[in-house]
Design a protein around this ligand. Structure first.
Ligand code: DPN
Ligand code: ZN
Length: 333
């Protein structure tokens, strides 16, 4: 675990330990406490600390992908809804989260067999103002689903473990989710949103979705807020600003409700997310700005047996995991 303070390129969250943070503290972001001027005397003294979103080591995310690949291999080659590789995947994720201090829940539902969502709450923060980050954990039957969506699943897991290691104390409540039965029609996330009591639904102030984030011939697509029922310009900007600071060009993409953010958007919850591309082909212009091969699918192994650990772009996995971390740090502060 490395904590790099790189204010020029990474989002900075100002965490206030006690009391409200001041504008002065915001401008001190990234400086060490020793070099900061003492705050003006205040009858209710505040202790302020600036924390940059950490650079999450990609090797840790790759290790989770290796494990998910092993789980598929040991369970008939997939991690699909109702298949043994699915529950084995959730148990792997859940074991790590429990060990790190998350409060985890398996939410059961029925859809041609029993399905499960895994919900992980980081204790603390304002539960009336909850930020959620999620992606689906199931694969198709045809293969192990390492890019779709081992990539999002593993990145979310490592970001969650980093939250625990850093002992993050967000002002908002932070909740991660891994959805079941996405591949048969977004069933798990629909079930979650629909079964939330109204007051809990109202308490969710945003949802960010990560479904396919390491496509081997991919691009950097940020979910567009335009024309979406509840696409959020603020969530979109949080992500685009992160990549812009790194000099990585992004495009905004209209997913037409093809992943698990759809149920949240329909419920009036602001949504956003990040995607590296599926079956569509990279244009010559995109190959020029992002590298890779023009006129070839972003993920030639989409929904196929070859979606293995070889079907992962490590640079994209690294950058997109760090983008999730930056979003968690920024949006829950
Ligand atoms: N819903 C995705 C799948 O799991 O097959 C494909 C997809 C992901 C499409 C993200 C758009 C955005
Ligand atoms: Zn997917």
């Amino acid at each position: 675990m490395r904590l790099h303070l790189r204010p020029a390129v990474l989002a900075i969250a100002v965490i206030t330990l006690t009391g409200a943070c001041s504008a002065a503290a915001q401008t001190q972001a990234g400086r060490s406490p020793a070099s900061s001027p003492s705050p003006a005397p205040d009858p209710t003294p505040t202790v302020e600390r600036t924390v940059a979103a950490p650079d999450v080591p990609v090797a840790a995310v790759q290790a989770h992908l290796t494990e998910l690949g092993r789980i598929a291999d040991a369970n008939g080659g997939n991690r699909a809804h109702t298949q043994p590789g699915y529950l084995a995947s959730l148990n792997y994720l859940r074991g790590k989260l429990d060990g790190a201090g998350f409060t985890t829940t398996l939410q059961q539902f029925d859809s041609g067999g029993t399905g499960y969502n895994l919900i992980a709450d980081w204790p603390g923060g304002d539960t009336g103002d909850t930020m959620m980050f999620g992606g689906h954990a199931d694969s198709v039957l045809a293969g192990p689903g390492i890019n779709d969506n081992g990539s999002g699943s593993a990145a979310l897991l490592e970001v969650a473990l980093t939250v625990a290691k850093q002992k993050l104390k967000p002002a908002k409540h932070l909740r991660f989710a891994w959805w079941g039965a996405e591949e048969i029609g977004l069933v798990g996330s629909d079930h979650y949103v629909e079964s939330l009591p109204e007051n809990q639904r109202a308490a969710i102030s945003g949802y960010l979705n990560f479904d396919m984030i390491a496509s081997p011939n991919g691009g950097y697509f940020v979910y567009s807020s335009e024309g979406q029922p509840d696409g959020s310009p603020a969530l979109e900007k949080t992500l685009t600003d992160h990549y812009a600071a790194l000099g990585v060009p992004t495009e905004s993409v209209d997913l037409g409700g093809r992943s698990d953010h759809a149920a949240f958007a329909r419920a009036g919850i602001p949504t956003g997310g990040m995607f590296s591309g599926a079956e569509e082909r990279k244009s010559p212009g995109q190959a020029k700005k992002w590298g890779g091969t023009a006129n070839r699918a972003y993920d030639p192994c989409y929904h196929s047996a070859c979606d293995t650990t070889d079907n992962i772009d490590a640079t994209a996995l690294d950058r997109n995991t760090d983008a999730i971390a930056a979003a968690v740090w920024t949006l829950t502060a």
